[in-house]
Design a protein around this ligand. Structure first.
Ligand code: ATP
Ligand code: MG
Length: 249
């Protein structure tokens, strides 16, 4: 049987910020059309991994392959053009621009006709944004702004979406909306990478997980609703065995 190549491959990735080594030769794979949860405590390297894949932090050494191509040294806009989108936590929107203007920023590298077609899809996905399309983005609630950020990312026609703590600061109902959005995006064949502190919300949705500790992958496995308790048990055994999680105190 033919082996399916992962859409994204990270090899021995080292990212150093002055004296801090945020990633220590981390290696991992991401399969096309799957959701991978990237878990780990504060400062474990999750954001650095996502940003390095998107080209937003300088890589000291190691390689990132996307669709078989070495993209490690490509500028961020080239990676956006190729289909890689990073969605930061607490992302900013242009408050003095309308909702629609904000959305179209995401489409700046695309043909106008295609972008306008996708704009309607984003409005179907997020009726709140459709309702406010001509209003300044400043009128949106926190959750609606998060939707705007995701909508803006979708307008670049991504194949890989790197979500950095998408549930952060959102109400329960907004978090549920994010979960159904992730399911929908996966259903459309997108590859999703979701960094989170807590596994309760994301692990049931995930096909696979990675756990980072001090810049290294220390655990990996299969996700799904039945895996939450198993992984919590694995954590207890791991940390109970004297391993430090760095900043859990
Ligand atoms: N721009 C930077 N300059 C200096 N150090 C940095 C920078 N960005 C990250 N670091 C350091 O790199 C390490 C990894 O940080 P990173 O933000 O990747 O962790 P994280 O897992 O995303 O944490 P959190 O859960 O708090 O978001 C931390 O020690 C952090 O202080
Ligand atoms: Mg982070």
């Amino acid at each position: 049987m033919k082996k399916v190549e992962p859409i994204l491959k990270v090899r021995k990735l080292l990212v150093r910020f002055d004296s801090v080594c945020a990633l220590k030769e981390a290696s991992c794979d991401f399969k096309a059309g799957t959701l991978t949860a990237v878990l780990g405590a504060n400062g474990s390297g999750k954001t650095t991994l996502l940003k390095a894949i998107a080209g937003l932090v300088p890589v000291t050494s190691g390689k990132i392959f996307y669709l078989g191509e070495n993209v490690t040294r490509l500028p961020p806009h080239e990676r956006v053009r190729m289909g890689i989108q990073y969605i930061p936590d607490r992302a900013r929107v242009g408050l003095s621009m309308t909702v629609e203007e904000n959305l179209l920023v995401g489409a700046y590298l695309r043909k106008r006709k295609e972008a306008l077609r996708d704009l309607e899809r984003v409005y179907d996905l997020f009726p709140d944004l459709a309702r406010h399309r001509k209003d300044l983005a400043g009128v949106l609630s926190g959750g609606q702004r998060q939707m705007l950020v995701v909508g803006r990312a979708l307008l670049s026609s991504p194949r890989v979406m790197l979500f950095d703590e998408p549930f952060l600061g959102l109400s329960l109902s907004m978090r549920e909306k994010i979960v159904s959005l992730l399911r929908e995006l996966k259903g459309e064949g997108l590859t999703l990478v979701v960094a989170e502190h807590d596994l309760d919300e994301i692990l049931p949705e995930a096909d696979e997980y990675l756990v980072f500790l001090n810049g290294e992958v220390v655990m990996s496995g299969r996700g799904g609703p039945g895996e939450v308790e198993k992984l919590k048990r694995r954590f207890r055994q791991y940390y109970g065995s004297g391993r430090s999680c760095g900043n859990e105190g």
